[in-house]
Design a protein around this ligand. Structure first.
Ligand code: GDP
Ligand code: MG
Length: 447
């Protein structure tokens, strides 16, 4: 039976953990903390209840809105609705995907589809009164993070992001981990940089994202994407908690991601780990040996001291999180980084979150699509397929996507191309009306 943690649900519903805990209490759902698990049916029930409340509030608030009002018959499919509002069906499907709703054009419209499309197309979509009640519930999921879809859930490697104040040793830590755990076992010893690396420890894999933690969290979160399972907070023992340390803590907490603290630079004479622990305790991270539940490991990224122990703790937390994914469902995931390469064209490093991505698959993102011409892993090896928790560089994209954009597999090239060209059309229209001082952000907000 699939489980969803309270914090994950909070994230999907764009609520704070605290607010959701209150809702759970009101609904009589038992949950000890934001780390508690709910089964999928309960989560769906909570989601429906929150959505219903939101909807009520918003209709109360903007009853005076002057958006064009359109009546929709219950039982309409997304495709039929798209026809009514005169947009390509693929565009509507795309808009839903961008909101984290993986819904085919043939699926029945429900309340959440109606509210999302109302917002995207600035319309007032309402159910028409005379339409028959729909008995059958459309099996729609609005989860932003693809969690536990499918029947064949298998354990997957944890995705780890390293965060911390500048100069506290993030890059050195990643390098040390990589050098002792990858290069040693690969011929040539040179690993290609693809924005993520997979290390092997005691028979298990851990995937480290190279993106500095803040960027990873902010650009991903701005798009509602979430790809980190565990955050490593690096704090230099000779410097202590600094502004970006606190920022990192709040990012990880907001995302509900467990934090492991690496108290770094322990080789330095000025190292004062107790002071670090005291400061972290003041920010709610209480070390285990002080009766709290935050794992803290004393390390030296420079000398390699205790790095093994840090990796072991990552695997331990990963095990507690019961990270799983189904390799057999349709592949989806998130863009970690992307660039325009002179020789290769648009290249993106994507993280496959579930399903198995294959060479030749057609994938669709927010601003790009493509038939995968080649997939390359961190060691520069060409892959034919990439399962859950695998980061791969992909070639064959129409455009350079942004980090944080989600990708899904689509069946036909036409579907992908139509969706992107509808978007391009819109972009050109917006560009024509653009005032000279409009920022890129404003431009995107109009799309
Ligand atoms: P970042 O900004 O967090 O990525 O920090 P860096 O990894 O670039 O490290 C900043 C400086 O601290 C560099 O000069 C590193 O050599 C040094 N450094 C990092 N880790 C350690 C450590 O464990 N011990 C000592 N003595 N120096 C370290
Ligand atoms: Mg660095």
């Amino acid at each position: 039976m699939s489980k969803i943690r309270v914090y994950e649900l909070a994230k999907m519903l764009e609520m704070s953990n605290k607010d959701l805990m209150e809702v759970l209490e009101d609904l009589g759902v038992e949950a000890k903390s934001h780390m508690s698990s709910l089964d999928v049916d309960t989560a769906q029930m909570v989601e429906d209840s929150v959505k219903a409340k939101d909807k009520k509030n918003s209709t109360e608030e903007d009853s005076s809105s002057d958006r064009p009002s359109i009546k929709v018959s219950k039982g309409s499919s997304v495709k039929e609705l798209a026809e009514i509002i005169d947009v390509p069906a693929s565009d509507a499907v795309k808009a839903l995907i961008n909101k984290g709703m993986m819904i085919p054009a043939s699926a029945q419209v429900d309340d959440s589809v109606l509210s999302v499309l109302s917002e995207v197309y600035e319309l007032d979509l309402e159910w028409s009164d005379d339409s028959p009640e729909v008995v059958e519930d459309a099996p729609l999921k609005t989860f932003k993070k693809p969690i536990l879809r499918g029947e064949n859930l298998k354990p997957r490697a944890p995705i780890v992001t390293v965060m911390g104040h500048v100069d506290h040793g993030k890059t050195t830590l990643l390098d040390t981990i990589r050098n002792t755990n990858i290069t040693a076992r690969e011929a040539g010893g040179i690993t290609q940089h693809i924005g993520a690396s997979r290390v092997h420890h005691e028979g298990k894999d851990i995937v480290f994202l190279d993106t500095p933690g803040h960027a990873a969290f902010t650009s991903m979160r701005a798009r509602g994407a979430q790809c980190t399972d565990i955050a490593i907070l690096v704090v230099a023992a000779d410097d202590g908690v600094m502004p970006q340390t606190m920022e990192a803590i709040s990012h990880a907490k907001a995302a509900g991601v467990p934090i492991i603290v690496a108290v770094n630079k322990m080789d330095k004479p000025a190292a004062n780990p107790d002071r670090v622990k005291q400061q972290l305790s003041d920010h709610g991270l209480i070390p285990e040996d002080w009766g709290g539940d935050t794992i803290m490991v004393h390390v030296s990224a420079k000398s390699g001291e205790n790095i093994d122990q840090l990796l072991e703790m990552i695997l331990l937390v990963a095990e507690m999180e019961e990270l799983k994914a189904d390799p057999t469902v349709s592949p989806e995931g998130v863009v970690i980084e992307a660039e325009l390469d002179k020789g290769k064209g648009a290249v993106a490093t994507v993280l496959v979150q579930q399903g198995t991505l294959k060479k030749g698959d057609i994938i669709l993102m927010e601003s790009s699509w493509g038939k995968i011409r080649a997939m390359i892993n961190a060691s520069g090896k060409q892959l034919k397929s990439a399962g859950p928790s695998t980061a791969v560089e992909i070639l064959g994209l129409s455009d350079v996507p942004q980090p944080g954009e989600r990708f899904i597999k689509v069946d036909a090239e036409k579907e992908a191309r139509d969706s992107i060209s509808a978007k391009d059309q819109k972009r050109r229209e917006v560009a024509n009306q653009m005032s000279p001082r409009m920022t890129l952000e404003e431009l995107y907000s109009k799309m």
